[in-house]
Write a protein that binds this ligand. Sequence first.
Ligand code: FES
Ligand code: FE2
Length: 342
Amino acid sequence: MSTGSGSGRRRLPLSLRRRPVPWEHQRPTWREARPAVIAGALKRAQARPSGNWYVVGASRDAGGDRPLARTVAGQDVVLWRDAAGRPVAGPGICPHLGAPLRDSPVRCGTLVCHWHGLALDGGSFAGWEPFPAYDDGVLLWVRLDAVGGEAPLEAPVVPRRPDPARALTAVYTGVGVCEPEDVVANRLDPWHGAWFHPYSFVDLTVAGAPDGPDGGAEGFAEDGFTVDVSFKVAGRLVVPVRAVFTAPEPRTVVMRITEGEGAGSVVESHATPLGPDDRGRPRTAVVEAVVAASGRPGFALARGAAPLLRPLVRAAAGRLWRDDLAYAERRWSLRSTGRFPG
Ligand code: FES
Ligand SMILES: [Fe+2]
């Protein structure tokens, strides 16, 4: 441990904040967090192709004796693994008399309808047409061309990730009353970090933000936000990192740690539209994958690096997402009633 600061701070995994700044005395960020900058980044994200792929869950959610069932943009989708372990997906409505396939069992890679025994192996059958499915090793995706309306892509836009052999992976899912763009807009506002989540983040500075219509920023090649921030470990103990936020496709925001402990780690926030609730309001799932890397190889990872990576993993979960979903829901509620100030 060290009490390092200044130029050396990023070489040291942990530091002790010498003079913690009270929450209300930190520097206000609202002047820099210009609504037009966030809106511009969101617009460019929305213009990127997704190929109609939607994240439906974690890779480990499929493979049991029940299908993974999701409603995506109002469409019932079931996904399971075939006999070879490959993901297969399709509509969640049995083509015979409409049984909900989410309640049907998977037997030896075949989904067997529990009403009259119709068996689906993942191929077209009796009017049931499969959806392309993709397992990227962490997350499962389904391609819904009728929903997306874009030119289909062979595979989803999967963010670059650290080597799984040197990584800890965790996936969290939350649901909010909002649209995917509200979730993406929340993640494209890095300035709220230390103000809105003081329990997780301190000393946040946005070192680079897009400042042109093409998303370029002075000194930074990518269309993204470069953020210097410290994750709180305990008390005054923090892990300072530099992170870059980018949106590789319309419903994904990636935070990649580029300097500091866990460099190379990513937190991917994927927004999937579910469909309306019983009051007709849109619901969106946030599926967040943390792929936390350490320079420490192999089996030592869990024991040696977990204490330092845990704040990163925890940062993605629980309280943080409750607050961020509240932000996204607030944004939707104001937008949908013409009251959004941005
Ligand atoms: S409803 Fe599925 S087999 Fe009859
Ligand atoms: Fe947040």
